[in-house]
Design a protein around this ligand. Sequence first.
Ligand code: PDD
Length: 280
Amino acid sequence: MDYVLYQNSIIPKDQLKIEMEDRGYMFGDGIYEVVRVYNGVPFTMQEHLERFEQSAAALDMSVPYHTAKITELIQSLIQKNNMNSGIVYFQLTRGIQPRNHLYSREIEPVLSGFSKPLETNIEWQQNGIDTWMTKDIRWLRCDIKTINLLGNIMVKREASDQDCHEALQHRDGIVTEGSSSNLFLVKENVIFTHPATNLILNGITRRVVLRLADEIGALLKEKQFTLEDLKQADEVFITSTTMEITPVRSIKGDITTSFDIGPWTKKLQEAFTNYRNKQQ
Ligand code: PDD
């Protein structure tokens, strides 16, 4: 039987009751995290919880449980569902209230979550993915991990309709990030990624890559780059909790180009695997 997280307990999925007037349901008024689980152990849990708190604070919400309690709930969800390799999704909505744009500060936030098995896609890791470059149509607080993901999901569909696995986005020619991933390019042995401003989500995998790049002696700069820079790149890769470090082998759409899977991408993938294995 599948179990889910609801408030501060783990319950059988068929006992879960979602309220019509939950603001998450009507307004997308909430935040979330996706945590990877390797060998039954949540990866970079602390970083995810810190970002969860930051997203809540940015939206004038507060997380009703201590991070230790959320960690405990997530661990028991993984155990109850007997999951070895996968993800845990959890979200916090502002709460339940008769529909009104004006939110009340008196309502109780709703924490919920589930686990889902997932294996690393080895084929994508080795051979890369095809991507679709399009306009970034999102709001100006992409740094908040909100469940309101319309901009992201519209471009993901657009990419899939073009037989691409991920959408890459740009604002007036400045490349920001993927629809559900961060983006890196390598040019003449220097790695570039968009700085952690309001225009991107500061991915946890991105932060791990920043640390690992330093450890393996790679020069990495958090600096904006353009579509033209991307066209001239030697290597390109994306990062996320679910995709880890995945090379980009082609881009179509607002630019058309292709890349070989390069040495820096491979070195970082290797460093990531070692780091991940050490955390078990
Ligand atoms: N998405 N940028 C965006 C817009 C994202 O949605 C994500 C992650 C990332 C990478 O962040 P992280 O390394 O912390 O996973 C960057 C998750 C996986 C999702 O929505 O499923």
